[in-house]
Design a protein around this ligand. Structure first.
Ligand code: PLP
Length: 361
């Protein structure tokens, strides 16, 4: 028997399941399984990336000052209170590593994003799941779940995979109720797609125990580059920076993200197109008997009669070269999460779901 064993908690981690991108035997697939921007990154971002290729021999900036400055300008935030990570996943990881260890509890919700549990376990902490109410984060259930051992509370707003979100009043009530010894993390990966929403920035500005995380992977179309950021109290950001690798982000990633966040016209175009097609697809699905909750993100969670029907529809979509996301792992076996693609993809998926529903009685 080997005496080499991992830290406790590590073997409880189930590997993250990413959205599929291939179907056996199908050449041309439409990938609607990872909430990617169907229009790609902005031309300005791509040009910045191309230019950066001439400086690959140089080490990157360690303090990310230029990118933090650009984010601060665009969002009206203090750059000193921003930390950049290899995706917002890394910021989530930093939070767990710095604030939760053995014996500590990390709250996530019933259908919450799987990285919260993974990062909590990686830190040796105990993930605690609290119920949602009809696929919406339940503030009362979270507050009831808080104990003297709670160190972190993670919610995504808008949430993934449900697409639902809490109102500003509910979010404030949650921030008010989370104990002072715990940090509320508002994961705003999809904030840009929601209407009149600051992503929790005002709460993170005003409270000593609220942190907001954001990403370049969704609206900005840079999922392949891996850039995210967090914003919160100066003291917390200073703590996170202690465990951040000095060169965690490559220079191409830094300059490309900076160009992306400065291209407001492109961001607005992508936001508007998503809102238009999201409304169209929700209605098209509803017309064929497939319900969904109002989504504030770049995907729709389509609900079927039961798990068997969802699975059969998924198989039908696959046969048509369409890849969506099964949500069994998120305790939603009767649902499929469909990313809002371009107009042609939305039409194709609506048509295929319609075809499938005709075979159901
Ligand atoms: C996609 C997503 C993220 C972003 O992850 P990155 O590491 O920034 O790519 C974070 N939270 C949720 C809920 C997401 O769906």
């Amino acid at each position: 028997m080997t005496q080499i064993t991992p830290q406790s908690g590590i073997m409880e981690i189930e590997l993250y399941q990413s959205g599929a991108s291939k179907i056996e035997g199908v050449e041309q697939v439409v990938k609607l399984s990872s909430n990617e921007n169907p229009f790609g990154a902005s031309e300005a971002a791509i040009e910045a990336f191309r230019r950066a290729s001439y400086d690959l021999h140089r080490y990157p900036s360690t303090d990310h000052a230029a990118l933090r400055g650009a984010i601060g300008e665009v969002h009206g935030l203090d750059p000193e209170r921003i930390i950049c990570g290899v995706g917002s996943d890394e910021v989530i990881h930093f939070l767990c590593q710095c604030y939760a260890g053995a014996g500590d509890e990390v709250i996530h919700t019933e259908h919450g994003f799987s990285m919260y549990r993974i990062s909590a376990l990686a830190a040796g902490a105990t993930p605690v799941e609290v119920p949602e109410r009809e696929r919406v984060v339940d503030v009362d259930a979270i507050l009831a779940g808080c104990t003297a051992r709670t160190r972190l509370v993670f919610i995504a707003n808008p949430a993934n995979p449900t697409g639902t979100m809490l109102s500003e009043a509910e979010l404030t009530r949650l921030a008010d109720g989370v104990p002072a010894h715990a940090i509320l993390v508002i994961d705003s990966a999809y904030a840009e797609y929601a209407q009149d929403y600051d992503g929790g920035a005002a709460l993170a500005s005003a409270r000593p125990n609220v942190v907001m995380t954001r990403t370049f992977s969704k609206l900005y179309g840079l999922g392949g580059l891996r850039v995210g950021w967090g914003y919160g109290p100066r003291e917390i950001i200073d703590v996170l920076n202690r465990i951040r690798g000095p060169f965690n982000l490559s220079q191409p990633a830094l300059v490309t993200a900076e160009a992306a966040v400065r291209d407001r016209a492109y961001a607005e175009k992508c936001r508007a197109e998503n809102a238009r097609l999201r409304g169209w697809l929700a209605k098209a699905l509803d017309d064929v008997g497939v319900a969904s909750d109002a989504s504030s993100a770049n995907f729709i969670l389509a609900r079927f009669r039961d798990a068997a029907q969802a699975e059969a529809c998924n198989a039908h979509l696959n046969a048509q070269g369409l890849i969506v996301r099964a949500t069994k792992g998120y305790k939603l076996p009767h649902c499929l999460r469909i990313t809002i693609g371009d107009e042609a993809s939305c039409r194709r998926v609506a048509h295929a779901v319609g075809q499938f529903m005709e075979t159901q009685s």
